[in-house]
Ligand binder design. Structure first.
Ligand code: NDP
Ligand code: GDR
Length: 370
């Protein structure tokens, strides 16, 4: 039975990867941060009492900014595989917390690699580093492959660029099995609420249910290569099961503007939206509504631009070339974009139907964040 250690286990990918590894018979250990509120919603269904017999899912308190903590946990767990998914992962927030982002996302990766080396585990422990399509940044070529040069456009991407290269360097210097998965955007109903897809599907659900009037957005022209997180965590696992450690691009090869994602999400809720105007004056107006929805009226403005969501430097176009992953890893995504949008919109409709009932019964509803 193999043992895996996952940093960032409380995040979107950590939750799906835990499910996958447990189903494969792994012992799964995860590092979670101490928080004043519970932060384990996404993995609560996997929790086992430490007192139970045959416990295969265990959590440790820790942080990527704390070297001695990481060394102690890795020494205790003696993992066959480490998946380093922990990160301050929000691009826009990284402009506000650049130093912390560099520490957690950049030096945090070094701390993991160095802990494995110091503990003499270089020939036992395989390491997966959560690298990102944000490394490509300012467009150099499309589609972007393992050979495309990097041009990071945010403190997040610059920190991840350090993490990418330190992973390559430890592989070459110490003969470690350490790999980068260069993953393009991947989403799901578990996606953090302030990333664009989830912000849209939550907004659409609330507008459809009459709980919100309008969605305020940033750059609708940005284009992303969106896949489903479930497919992408399978690629992470496959990357660590090869004979040789290598880096791989994981993507669908199809790119879509944010504006079209919004259109598709509204359509899934029975609302047809058309866009008019340009730049900060662009608006999304309801053209037609399926009969059963009374909360939304044709002619209603449901999307507007708020320049606060523009980024100081933007990544305009991402489209990945997954040929290497397809041929070497035998990886094929099962979801396409319409299936992803459908799953996310219906999950949020369900969530907000319940929230609405609670609100109507006099209970406090959850906070709204941007
Ligand atoms: P999330 O933001 O959902 O999860 C991030 C995880 O990292 C959370 O568990 C978070 O803990 C944890 N974390 C944050 N800071 C620290 C820290 N200092 N020490 C330890 N843990 C920390 O991200 P995703 O699941 O979407 O992404 C997983 C990884 O993949 C990230 O590294 C991200 O940058 C990268 N990535 C993501 C892509 C995507 O499209 N989703 C694409 C390419 C790369 P808490 O819950 O307490 O906040
Ligand atoms: P990204 O994801 O920056 O690609 O990073 P995000 O969903 O935040 O943005 C995608 C694009 O949408 C545009 N956008 C908005 N974004 C947000 N969050 N909110 C808005 O209101 C809005 N309006 C338009 C953005 O400008 C951007 O162009 C994600 C993260 O998961 C990273 O950790 C990961 O590395 C990359 O994907 C691949």
């Amino acid at each position: 039975m193999k043992t895996a250690l996952i940093t960032g286990i409380t995040g979107q990918d950590g939750a799906y990867l835990s499910e996958l590894l447990l189903a494969q018979g792994y012992n799964v250990h995860g590092i979670k941060r101490r928080s004043s509120l519970f932060n384990t919603d996404r993995i609560d269904h996997l929790y086992q009492n430490p007192q139970d017999e045959d416990v295969r899912f265990r959590l440790h308190y820790g942080d990527l900014t704390d070297s001695t903590n990481l060394i102690r946990i890795i020494q205790q767990v003696q993992p066959d595989e480490i998946y380093n998914l922990g990160a301050m992962s929000h691009v826009q927030v990284s402009f506000e917390t650049p130093e912390y982002t560099a520490n957690a996302d950049g030096i945090g990766t070094l701390r993991i690699l160095e802990a494995v080396r110091l503990l003499g585990l270089t020939q036992k422990t395989k390491i997966y580093q959560a690298s990102t399509s944000e490394l490509y940044g300012l467009v150099q070529e499309v589609p972007q492959s393992e050979r495309t040069p990097f041009y990071p456009r945010s403190p997040y991407a610059v920190a991840k660029m350090y993490a990418y290269w330190i992973t390559v360097n430890y592989r070459e210097a110490y003969n470690m099995y350490a790999c980068n998965g260069i993953l393009f955007n991947h989403e799901s109903p578990l996606r953090g609420e302030t990333f664009v897809t989830r912000k849209i599907t939550r907004g659409v659900a609330q507008i459809a249910l009459g709980m919100q009037d309008k969605l305020y957005m940033g750059n609708l022209n940005a284009r992303r290569d969106w896949g489903h997180a479930k497919d992408y965590v399978e690629a992470m696992w496959r990357i660590l099961q090869q004979d040789q450690p290598e880096d791989y691009v994981i993507a669908t090869g199809i790119t879509t503007p944010v504006r079209d994602f919004i259109r598709m999400a509204f359509e899934e809720a029975g609302i047809e939206v058309e866009f008019t105007g340009e730049g900060v004056h662009e608006k999304g107006i309801v053209r037609s509504v399926e009969g059963h929805l009374t909360a939304v009226q044709p002619g209603q403005e449901v999307v507007a631009i708020d320049p606060r969501y523009f980024r100081p430097t933007e990544v305009d176009l991402l489209i990945g070339d997954p040929t290497k992953a397809q041929t070497k890893l035998g990886w094929q995504p099962k979801y396409d974009l319409p299936a992803l949008v459908k799953e996310m919109v219906h999950a949020d409709l369900e969530l907000f139907r319940r929230e609405k009932l609670l609100k109507e019964a006099g209970f406090k509803i959850f906070s709204q964040y941007e």
